[in-house]
Design a protein around this ligand. Structure first.
Ligand code: GLC
Length: 588
């Protein structure tokens, strides 16, 4: 039936019987970045009251899980990913009572709540760090990574940092504490010191905190950069500047890439297995854990998500969101579709018999997918948003929808550097200027890649602040909200929102979508992304035109017009796939 191509549904291992498969194989998760979701008190910052007010939107969409980005007390240096109290709610966001109310409301609607677990680091204002910093003899000194300057060098002298590692947010990964003359490690901002997981007391404190949240009724955790918790600090430098060469030197910087010493470090599996035993084992109920893992390989992901090893249920990998990066994320390259196919194809095959994929385009750290992978011109924005959604949701794995993605929200038209708020963007601009880079080129990259693109307020309606706040929004609302908003889409069966609802319902209803084997077709084709999903006698063909060039379906499938259409993103399906058209066909 498939022209030019034999349809091999490769034997990718045993497929679980639909009824035996874990509940999250049929689930779709929705990420709320609370600061930008819905404000309820007019201070311009989203909050828990706002989340509670918008639950109908989630019910209507049909999602199963809400992942809530951090709402804990925090100085907000990294918008809550710098936590100063793991067992409370920042007054900015509301109260613990409201969090309890949210748990009850979600459960009442048949949804689950994932909290964000940020335990690679705390805030420098967390009492643990305050105590640790207070003196080299403090009982909590060893809860963080303190090191003297390099041998023979004075504290604070250029290059005296214990290793030459660069932090993820620019500058050295070590900051000097003047009082003790020692440095502390922070793989992210200086306000995010890394916890020392080698210390069993740290691990026990984290486990106790996690149990406290589960006892309160939360259903699991999204674990922030969890593959960075085990570090090998035996005097290593990153590439180019030390005796051990861990990776390529960083462009325009005297700092090195130390990631070989802390990505999937020596004890990470042991730590996650221990966490599973101490926190999750023996608990009843449908729980979910997803580990955010920059740089994770397929081989490692198989280990992390092998149910027999009891570590985590799934991971967020980063390969596909790195395909348009050159030497760094700010060195933006065009995406080649065949690279994306090859990458997704490898992950589908690699986790086919053991483990599980999570599927995402957008989150609070990524620019908007419709602008990045799709075509956000007025003509093709709706079609490319729905095409990308179809492509992703028909893969095998658990899809994650980031707030606003279901509305086709696009990148913000940022102007100058003052328009950016995210510390990653602001730090990068500052360092690039010190390095003598061209400000216009740096700004151009920020406009495309800045995390602020994902963080503008959700566009609920066409009113001046898009229904997000009655005050002044902390980050401006995208002016396109007059056209692109939830209210306008709710009553439109052709909207991006309506299409997401159909995709989510399809995953719930059709075991092939949840569990079918994946086979990539047309691996070399730059304009068409096609694959099959097969389970027992059922086979779906997914074919997506990811370009503006029409594609004759007969080139792939001789009897396309006789094949039942399960779902498509454009009306009046004919023999040609129009620009950004996506179809799901039932082959048998
Ligand atoms: C993760 C979060 C990101 C945060 C970083 C440090 O990558 O998703 O938002 O800045 O970790 O916590």
């Amino acid at each position: 039936m498939l022209a030019h191509l034999a349809l091999h549904c490769t034997d990718v291992g045993a497929v679980a019987e639909p009824e035996d498969a874990p509940w999250w194989t049929r689930a779709v998760a929705y990420q709320v970045y609370p600061r930008s979701f819905q404000d309820s008190d007019g201070d311009g910052i989203g909050d828990l009251g706002g989340v509670l007010r918008r639950l109908d939107h989630l019910t209507d969409l049909g999602v199963d899980v809400l992942w809530l980005s951090p709402v804990y007390p925090s100085p907000q240096a990294d918008n809550g990913y710098d936590i100063s109290d793991y067992q409370g709610i920042d007054p900015l966001f509301g109260t613990l009572d409201q969090l309890d109310e949210l748990i009850a409301a979600l459960h009442g609607r048949g949804m689950k709540l994932l909290m964000d677990l940020v335990v690679n680091h705390t805030s420098d204002e967390h009492p643990w760090f305050v105590e640790s910093r207070s003196s080299p003899t403090s009982a909590k000194r060893d809860w963080y990574w303190w090191r003297p300057p390099r041998a023979g060098m004075a504290p604070g002298a250029p290059g005296a940092e214990p290793t030459n590692w660069q932090s993820a947010f620019s500058g050295p990964a070590w900051t000097l504490d003047e009082a003790s003359g020692e440095y502390y490690l922070h793989l992210f901002d200086r306000k995010q010191p890394d916890l020392n997981w080698e210390n069993p007391a740290v691990r026990q404190a984290v486990h106790a905190m996690m149990r406290w949240w589960l006892d309160r009724g939360v259903d699991g955790f999204r674990m922030d950069v969890i593959n960075m918790i085990s570090k090998d600090l035996r005097g290593r430098d990153g590439a180019g500047h030390g005796h051990l060469h861990d990776g390529p030197p960083l462009p325009g910087s005297s700092l090195g890439d130390g990631s070989a010493s802390y990505l999937c470090g020596p004890r990470v599996h042991e730590f996650l297995a221990e966490m599973h035993r101490e926190v999750f084992a023996g608990r009843n109920g449908p729980l979910l854990t997803v580990g955010e893992m920059p740089g994770v390989t397929i081989e490692e992901a198989r280990l992390f998500t092998d149910p027999a090893r009891a570590e985590v249920d799934m991971v967020f990998q980063f390969e596909h969101v790195g395909l348009d990066h050159g030497a760094s994320k700010w060195d933006v390259r065009p995406l080649r579709m065949r690279d994306l196919k090859a990458s997704f194809g490898r992950w589908q095959a690699g986790l086919a018999d053991v483990g599980w994929n999570s599927l995402y385009w957008d989150n609070h750290d990524q620019p908007r997918a419709v602008s990045r992978f799709g075509d956000d011109s007025p003509r093709y924005r709706r079609d490319s948003a729905t095409c990308l959604a179809t492509l992703l949701h028909l893969h095998r794995g658990t899809p994650y929808v980031y707030q606003g993605q279901e509305l086709g929200m696009a990148n913000y038209p940022f102007g100058g550097v003052d328009d950016f708020q995210d510390l990653e963007s602001v730090n990068h601009f500052g360092t690039a200027m010190v390095d003598g880079q061209d400000p216009d080129a740096v700004l151009a990259a920020l406009r495309v890649m800045s995390r602020d693109n994902a963080r503008t307020p959700v566009q609920w309606d066409a009113s001046p602040h898009a229904g997000f706040t009655t005050g002044t929004p902390w980050l401006p609302v995208n002016p396109d909200h007059v056209e692109w908003n939830a209210e306008a889409q709710r009553s439109d069966p052709a909207s991006v929102l309506a299409h997401y609802k159909r995709l989510i319902a399809l995953r719930h209803e059709d075991p092939v979508v949840a569990l079918g084997d994946f086979t990539l077709l047309l691996p070399e084709h730059d304009d068409v992304y096609a694959f099959t999903r097969a389970l027992d006698d059922e086979v779906l063909l997914v074919v997506c035109n990811v370009s503006r060039t029409p594609y004759r379906l007969a080139d792939l499938l001789s009897q396309a017009m006789d094949t039942p259409l399960v779902l498509g993103n454009l009306p009046d399906a004919g023999p040609t796939l129009r620009p950004w058209e996506a179809r799901v066909l039932r082959l048998r």
